[in-house]
Ligand binder design. Structure first.
Ligand code: FEO
Length: 396
């Protein structure tokens, strides 16, 4: 179905309800690839779709265009979930690809572009379509070098490619047609998993765009923001600085439940009025949802049993993933158990040091075999200290 998001501006994207694994991002709610068609004296598509869906994409474009031809394909971002269909789109329509220099280089790396015609743009450039004119803003490293926003001043629409996106399959196109808490939760998960390493760049873009009148943010994934623009911009302002909430997260994995007992004791100690506490078994919750909770947690305790003189495999996966996402300003400590060997809690300590956590203990909190009453009391005490610290950090 075509949705006219504004007069003569159509959504021509594809909703992939079955998608569950987006290069290891577990997409419990599917994925939407947004693409927008602007009809004017010259016609332009903004963003493509993933290669397998280009047939559907073309059908929607032709339905909206009728006998008119497509003149431009605006490629805001060359990652294949948006550019995969562009070779077929160019072959079918002969449209000129509009992108920045870095995007052209990446497209050349993926596809045979020798017969394509290009219009290379940079910040401040404009493209007149007729009554409407597009403006371009380079947004490097949000989240690839080639990232570009396209702004339509006549309608106050910002086409923000991955920025403000969500992996979210829905038949609704707008933020006011779905539960806001669900759209915001998926936007937070998306930010944490895709954009978090580039907070400084996001901050610069928010600063550069702060004077643009914006009535609609149309990302390349998920719902379009039209009723809650201020809320999603405010959320990005918080997320780009990893601004802590009064929130404590306890990540753990266990073999014979000794580390589980410790994690639960930390949880009991942390639970108090005004503090959100999450107890996350990393092997069961999975990396995608775990890192979403890391984004806004002030304090994080991380624990593992010892297996083969190191940490549990799922914990190694979670911490390696989290380290790559470069969370900033986190406070916490390592904990865990061992039997006849050692290595689990010690290896966690190394990860936390690498991620520049402010450590609440010089050494991990450890138990041997089963945690003793004294160890569990220490766990509770550390939980309470984390809650107190989280309240202090959130109040700053
Ligand atoms: Fe949705 Fe960076 O691609």
């Amino acid at each position: 179905m075509l949705t006219e998001i504004k007069n003569n501006i159509y959504w021509v994207g594809y909703v992939d309800w079955a998608m569950r694994d987006f290069h290891s991002y577990i997409t419990d709610k599917g994925v939407t690839y947004n693409s927008y068609l602007i009809k004017d004296e010259k016609n332009a598509v903004i963003d493509g779709v993933k290669a397998p869906y280009v047939g559907d994409h073309l059908r929607k474009i032709k339905k909206a265009l009728g006998d008119c031809k497509l003149d431009y394909i605006i490629c805001n971002h060359a990652e294949p979930d948006h550019s995969g269909g562009i070779p077929a789109l160019v072959a079918e329509t002969g449209a000129t690809v509009v992108c920045d220099e870095k995007c052209q280089v990446i497209l050349e790396g993926y596809y045979d572009i020798s017969s394509w015609s290009f219009l290379i743009v940079k910040t401040g450039d404009e493209l007149k379509l007729g009554a409407r004119t597009l403006q371009f803003i380079e947004t490097p490293m949000v989240h690839w070098p080639d990232s570009l926003f396209t702004y339509l001043p006549s309608d106050k629409i910002l086409f923000s490619m991955d920025g403000f996106g969500q992996h979210y399959a829905t038949s609704s196109r707008f933020d006011d047609q779905v539960p806001l808490c669900e759209a915001m939760a998926e936007a937070r998960t998306y930010y944490a998993n895709i954009v978090m390493p580039y907070g400084k760049q996001v901050k610069k873009v928010l600063e550069a765009a702060k004077d643009l009148p914006i009535e609609m943010i149309a990302p390349s994934h998920g719902v379009i923001w039209r009723s809650h623009v201020a809320e999603i911009v405010e959320a990005y302002q918080q997320w780009c600085e990893c601004k802590p909430k009064a929130k404590v997260s306890i990540l753990y994995d266990s073999m014979w439940e000794s580390t589980t007992e410790m994690a639960r004791a930390i949880y009991e100690g942390a639970c108090c009025d005004g503090v959100e506490v999450k107890l996350l078994h990393v092997r069961r919750v999975g990396n995608t949802r775990v890192v979403a909770d890391m984004l806004d947690s002030a304090c994080i305790a991380v624990g593992s049993a010892t297996l083969n003189q190191s940490i549990m495999p799922a914990m190694a996966s979670a911490l390696t993933y989290l380290r790559g996402l470069r969370p900033v300003g986190k406070v916490g400590f390592a904990f865990g158990s061992s039997g006849w060997g050692r290595g689990g809690p010690e290896d966690i300590q190394k990860y936390l040091e690498e991620m520049k956590f402010e450590l609440m203990r010089d050494e991990p909190l450890k138990s041997k075999w089963r945690p003793t009453r004294e160890v569990l009391e220490e766990c509770e005490k550390m939980g309470a200290l984390m809650a107190q610290k989280a309240l202090e950090l959130a109040a700053k």
